[in-house]
Design a protein around this ligand. Sequence first.
Ligand SMILES: Cc1ncc(COP(=O)(O)O)c(C=O)c1O
Length: 378
Amino acid sequence: MKIDFTSAPSPSYLVDERLLVKNLEILKQLQDRTGCKILLAQKAFSMFAFYPLIGTYLSGVASSSLYEARLGREEMGKEVHIYSPAYDEKDFADILEVSDHIVFNSFSQWARFKDQVKRAPHAIQCGMRINPEYSEVETGLYDPCAPFSRMGVTEANFDPDALDGLDGLHFHTLCEQNSDALEHTLEAVERKFGKYLKDMKWINFGGGHHITRQDYDLDRLARCITAIKEKYDVEVYLEPGEAVALNTGYLVSTVLDVFENGMPIAILDTSATCHMPDVLEMPYRPEIIDAGKPGERTYTYRLGGPTCLAGDVIGDYSFDHPLHVGDRLVFCDMAIYSMVKNNTFNGIALPAIASYNDKDGIHVIKQFNYEDFRTRLS
Ligand SMILES: Cc1ncc(COP(=O)(O)O)c(C=O)c1O
């Protein structure tokens, strides 16, 4: 069934359960085929209303903080993994309580927390993030292998004498990439760290695998996983975020005003800087249903948000019809890195959160109000 976007709140993030299940099935098949374990990287998508569903397909969650770990424990209740560039002493007892795997970023952090892990109320596996100093990411902001990176231990800084108690190695070097980039990365990982992997129980390949993208080479990924599993007799974990909810959600918005300044401009009730910050940060251009590139269709507009930021511009888009106040515009691929990163700059309200399935239609899960804005500020 087609979603009737006119009956969704505006603005709202609307996640289509049917599309989410499609992605989850691909990921589950990969787990079944290779015996790997796939975790949801919550940093990309933490819409926990779907965690019970996601938990029927995936093995657990990857977390970047105590709060994410706790959310994964409480809302999904499967394996909880955590990695942070540095843990804070004041959080650590709570982290121990909710986590199954803790990945450290340096040997100094490992030395600092090792004894507390040993005394934890339940068994916890520990890992070290390694930096293979190989990546094919071209944007500096997303390259964990750039010179002077703070992400993971390089070969030169690896301490083979401090491995007692460590169960696994973790790397994360990909960003929206295909499995050829993983294959090349694994060559560097094996060359530099293969000798230590032999004594480990697992390796975590991190995120950035664009597994649910149409042109993704799943066979190559399966070969990579199987080769490492067999050669080193280890369990393989993957922790994609994007791939779980890629192309499963929309941001429904409404035109608030239309005017001219050298070109037609439309102001929407949704903001790039507040509601889709990666459009400015990454940067990227989201697709809009029934719209094209500038000039591709008859009427081209610059679309912007209602904040004071001059650069709160989503982009230039063309339409078959002129835009009018009250028109609905629906942005695609808005489930990931959107809800988790939004903010209330300028006092702009957060979009509602909704889901869609054929049985229930549009279900509004959460709407935000003045109190949500106010409580963060004093
Ligand atoms: C350690 C780690 N794991 C997993 C991910 C998820 O990556 P993605 O959403 O690109 O799959 C990230 C993203 O930054 C990460 O830093």
